[in-house]
Design a protein. Structure first.
Length: 301
């Protein structure tokens, strides 16, 4: 119910509407991580059903596909384990690097399904966006740009929508899962031993997925849109691991908190640092920087 209420905050149109929407998967993550997979599945289903009954069936279905089901599944993967006497605590937990890769691929599929359900048509969207922009700009005192002046910028942003939508959805999902785990840990309900998110390095197979998706995103039409969604989600996952490498490199530095704060703050305002961190994360995965940095050197115990 809390997830549905947070999502419904969008219709208020206030300044808090978008932050509340971003946090809407959090209660589902708390239920799944604190009380188990069945609780997470029940929370995801009930939240989506409430949204469907109170707002629209399409909104409920889209919320289930894009946020509710993925966050419940991510929490399920985080909570997977098997007995292992050699592991700390006697249990071997599902690796977080594989969790991140699988969740990124799941978000890609969810974004593609959402696009099909909404009837994503770039040309129609460009026309609608131009009309809205012209109406809004006409209300200002300045000179209203022409369609020829506005269209290149609008067309560029619409072309990036598969990338940006998948990146935003994965960011919301990772934030909800991480916050849910922190809250469950503070409540004494998290069974898994805490592992800092910045220690995660994606498997090398993730680099192959990203490369193929990036090449496919260059294709016209639906294949390019599908490739863009996969590349956007995987690219954001690599950006997260790029930030993780920065955390690792700055360990022991007095200015570490300030530098990390500045990098994150700039990344919220501009997209360029995210792209740089995605390249860093991709290089870290492909070349195993962290693995080689932490490996014991010959002659040193």
């Amino acid at each position: 119910m809390a997830a549905a209420l947070l999502f419904a905050g969008l219709i208020s149109g206030t300044a808090l509407a978008f932050p509340l929407f971003i946090l809407s998967p959090l209660p589902i993550a708390i239920a799944a991580l604190g009380f188990g997979t069945l609780s997470g599945a029940a929370a995801a289903t009930l939240a989506s059903a409430l949204i469907g009954f109170t707002l629209s069936y399409l909104a409920g279905g889209l919320y289930f596909i894009l946020f509710a089901a993925p966050v419940a599944w991510a929490a399920h993967l985080v909570g997977l384990s098997r007995p292992d006497d050699a592991a700390p605590g006697g249990r071997q937990w599902f690796p977080l690097d594989v969790v991140l890769m699988r969740v990124a691929l799941a978000i890609s599929v969810a974004v593609v399904l959402t696009g099909f359900l909404l009837g994503y048509d770039p040309e129609a969207l460009i026309t609608q966006t131009l009309a809205v922009l012209k109406t809004w700009l006409a209300q200002t005192d300045g000179v209203t740009p022409t369609d020829a002046e506005l269209e290149p910028l609008v067309r560029f942003n619409i072309a990036l929508m598969p990338f940006t939508s998948a990146s935003l959805a994965l960011g919301i999902l990772v934030l909800a899962t991480w916050l849910g785990a922190r809250i469950a840990k503070m409540s004494g309900l998290l069974k898994r031993e805490w592992t800092p998110l910045w220690t995660v390095v994606l498997p090398q197979s993730a680099a192959l997925f990203f490369g193929l998706a990036f090449v496919a995103s260059m294709l016209p039409g639906i294949p390019g849109q599908i490739g863009g969604a996969v590349a956007g989600a995987m690219g954001f996952a690599f950006a997260l691991t790029g930030f993780g490498l920065l955390h690792a490199v700055l360990i022991g530095k007095a200015a570490r908190p300030l530098l990390l704060f500045l990098v994150y703050a700039v990344s919220f305002i501009f997209l360029l640092p995210l792209g740089i961190m995605a390249v860093v994360g991709l290089a870290d995965t492909a070349l195993q920087f962290r693995a080689r940095r932490s490996a014991p050197r010959p002659g040193i115990s």
